[in-house]
Design a binder for this molecule. Structure first.
Ligand code: APR
Length: 325
């Protein structure tokens, strides 16, 4: 999955580069800066001394030394002074400049901490939103594996309103599973009785129905992409799935995707609940009320909210996992 929010110690990640939330001197400090220098060893500081510091919003690259990461990209975030001093522009620049350096060095994977959200006092929800916005924009036009590392749970705050409405939806649907099962059984019996009283008017020709029944998941997906007027690229980018995975699905009509992949694609194509159930069924899956992951996806589809990064923030908050593979 090209973009993942994870809980980890960034110094332990085996990626091409980790990003350091440094200060202008680039000579080390506390927080993630201190942790990276401790893990990298003294050679990192020696190289940093040759860089003559770094301006806020800028980024510079060094080797990773004793870190599992090959490189460290040092960037200096803005100190929060209330939000009226251009902090957002500078914070955005930290992510953009770091990503530009990664592209220039042909890196395939990078991990960011939540820059400025610690000692520099940037409100964590705004710091998170900025990171997610810049990274998702970048991934619309670039291929790279990007991790956003949330080190402590309190650094991860979902907006109160969204958290409350998702929690209410889970409580209602997730809890009522057994009651809904009985209600469904009653509706099924009732529909058998009433069906015989109405003449059946097929909405689609029998051939259409037979055709769709015989479609594999891959055929069904490609037909939906055409139907929705989307391109392959925008579909897999919006689904937050890897280009290589998508080409496997396109080239193998019998490809069996994971449920997570199917749901990511359903969100990317903005399918309604019935269309989502159809495409899941093509891959041999169904939405389950005994899965909070599925209930959260159902919540967003019901709300007509297909912003995969907001969905991933929510899934991460509730389930510590995200869409996309
Ligand atoms: N792995 C991942 N994230 C971490 C780690 C770690 N090992 N340690 C801390 N963090 C997180 C913090 O929880 C916070 O969310 O990194 C984020 C950034 O916090 P800081 O490290 O305090 O960085 P920042 O707010 O940008 O302040 C920079 O602090 O350490 C000094 O020298 C640094 O002066 C500079 C200032």
């Amino acid at each position: 999955m090209p973009f993942e929010i994870i809980r980890a110690d960034i110094t332990k990640l085996s990626v091409d580069a980790i990003v350091n939330a440094a200060n202008a001197s680039l000579l080390g400090g506390g927080g993630v800066d201190g942790a990276i220098h401790r893990a990298a060893g003294p050679a990192l500081l020696a190289e940093c001394r040759t860089l003559n510091g770094c301006l806020t919003g800028e980024a510079k690259i060094t080797k990773g030394y004793q870190l599992p990461a090959k490189y460290v990209i040092h960037t200096v975030g803005p100190i929060w002074e209330g939000g009226e001093k251009g902090e957002a522009k500078l914070l955005k620049s930290c992510y953009v400049q770091s990503l530009n350096l990664a592209v220039a060095h042909k890196l395939e994977s990078i991990a960011f901490p939540l820059i400025s959200s610690g000692a520099y006092g940037y409100p964590k929800d705004q710091a998170l939103q900025m990171a997610i916005t810049v990274i998702s924009d970048f991934l619309m036009h670039n291929d790279m594996m990007i991790y956003l590392v949330v080190y402590d749970q309190k650094a991860f705050v979902l907006s109160e309103k969204l958290f409350a409405s998702v929690q209410a939806f889970i409580d209602l649907h997730y809890v009522e599973e057994h009651a809904l099962f009985n209600q469904r059984r009653f509706e099924k019996i009732r529909s058998c009785v009433t069906e015989s009283q109405h003449e059946y008017k097929p909405s689609r020709s029998l051939d259409d129905v037979m055709q769709e029944l015989q479609e594999t998941f891959s055929e069904h997906l490609l037909r939906l992409i055409d139907l929705k007027g989307k391109t392959d690229v925008e579909t897999y980018k919006r689904a937050n799935i890897d280009r290589r995975l998508f080409s496997k699905i396109r080239s193998d009509k019998y490809y069996k995707p994971s449920k997570n992949t199917v749901l990511s694609l359903a969100i990317a194509l903005e399918l309604n609940l019935d269309e989502t159930k159809d495409i899941l069924q093509k891959a041999g899956y169904a939405l389950s009320r005994s899965s909070r992951f599925d209930v959260i996806i159902e919540y967003f589809i019901n709300e007509g909210n297909y912003d995969i990064f907001e969905i991933n923030e929510t899934l991460f908050a509730f389930e510590k996992t995200t869409l996309g593979v």
